[in-house]
Design a protein around this ligand. Structure first.
Ligand code: 1CP
Length: 326
């Protein structure tokens, strides 16, 4: 569950005492909030390390703040392509070792009960936040860069790709058992743009991570791509080498399966807003969802992040219904 913690009162209690990025940077706190949903809900089958995709821009030297009720804010976003030269690629992953420490501690504390997922933002999504200075409905500035500074856009995407590869390898060295790559801003891209500025980098990430894990004799871990809003490019996504493709709720599971074939796991895709319905309605929707995906090569999940006001009993209804259906 993306940003799953924020609907839990026990998470809010930790946040009342500590700034968001302090929680990310303090392995004991990151571990504690990672474990909270597992303590509350007996039917969760996996866990995702508490962190955020925006720790990478921070490690490159940018300031990122989490403003309550607003979300992430960059006081000094990239304004001009020359600002790329100020980013500190050297040593970026060494400044993210606290994520690895949180993963190792959490792996020990989970005691094998469920697997622990590591994650990263994908290059285009991170670039968008770095240029917009936070979340954006229009991505107007990013689209201006795509139009007018195409070479610099690719230069920055390449830099982010290099950092992401080493960051993911470090997460596996630290104990992550599956890696998820979030291309959350793909919904701003056309099919042509997705093929140009997202897919090639996603493919490089997958290939290089697998090569580096092999060289370090770390075995292999499955990788998931979640490209929100890129249901128009499932054929392209299925060629990237990821074991799992995450679907948002706009994609029909039966149609998706036809396009990607039988060799790839699908993940998703209940609309998070459905969790505001009654437990009985949630149960019906969930059972119907599992029926459409089928029980083979399937990871039940929401189609995007859970929203902060989601009733606690909705998550119980959702997870229980998944187990009932399986
Ligand atoms: O469930 C968990 O706690 C797991 C940790 C996790 C993950 C996987 C968090 C903690 N963030 C993320 C990923 C993340 N962060 C994504 C990719 C997934 C997605 O598409 O939602 C994105 C886009 C972000 C950026 C971000 N961080 C946003 C979205 C802003 C926007 O543009 O709309 C927000 C609201 C955050 C804050 C955040 N991150 C995580 C939590 C628990 C929160 C809530 C804020 C808080 O506690 O103050």
């Amino acid at each position: 569950m993306r940003q799953a913690g924020r609907y839990l009162p026990e998470f809010q209690a930790v946040r009342a005492k500590h700034d968001f990025f302090t929680v990310c940077r303090t392995p004991e706190l990151a571990c504690e909030v990672t474990l909270q949903p597992l303590r509350r809900y007996e039917h969760l089958d996996a866990s995702i390390i508490f962190s955020d995709i925006l720790v990478i821009p921070q490690a490159l030297g940018m300031t990122v703040e989490m403003h309550p009720g607003v979300g992430p804010v960059f006081p000094n976003p990239l304004q001009d392509p020359s600002d790329i030269d100020q980013l500190q690629e050297d040593g970026a992953v060494s400044r993210l070792l606290y994520v690895g420490k949180a993963i190792t501690l959490t792996r020990h504390k989970i005691e094998g009960k469920v697997p622990l997922i590591g994650f990263t933002g994908a290059p285009f999504t991170l670039l968008g936040y770095m240029i917009e200075g936070g979340g954006s409905k229009t991505m107007a500035k990013t689209k201006d860069w795509l139009q007018n500074h195409s070479k610099d856009v690719h230069r920055l995407l390449q830099m982010l790709t290099r950092v992401i590869i080493d960051y993911l390898v470090m997460q596996v060295e630290s104990g992550a058992q599956l890696l998820q790559v979030f291309e959350s801003s793909a919904d701003h891209l056309t099919r042509e743009q997705f093929a140009d500025i997202s897919a090639p980098y996603l493919k490089d990430i997958r290939n290089e991570v697998k090569i580096k894990l092999g060289e370090k004799q770390l075995g292999q871990v499955p990788m998931t791509i979640f490209a929100k809003g890129a249901g128009h490019s499932l054929d392209v996504q299925s060629q990237l080498g990821y074991e799992t493709i995450g679907l948002d709720w706009t994609v029909d599971p039966v149609e998706a399966r036809k396009i990607v074939g039988d060799g790839i796991t699908l993940q998703g895709n209940l609309d998070p807003q459905d969790l505001y319905k009654t437990p009985e309605e949630i149960r019906n929707l969930t059972i119907n969802m599992v029926r459409k995906f089928g029980k083979l090569r399937y990871i039940a999940n929401l189609g995007h992040g859970i929203t902060p006001q989601t009733p606690l009993e909705s998550m119980a209804a959702f997870t229980e219904s998944v187990h009932e259906a399986l």
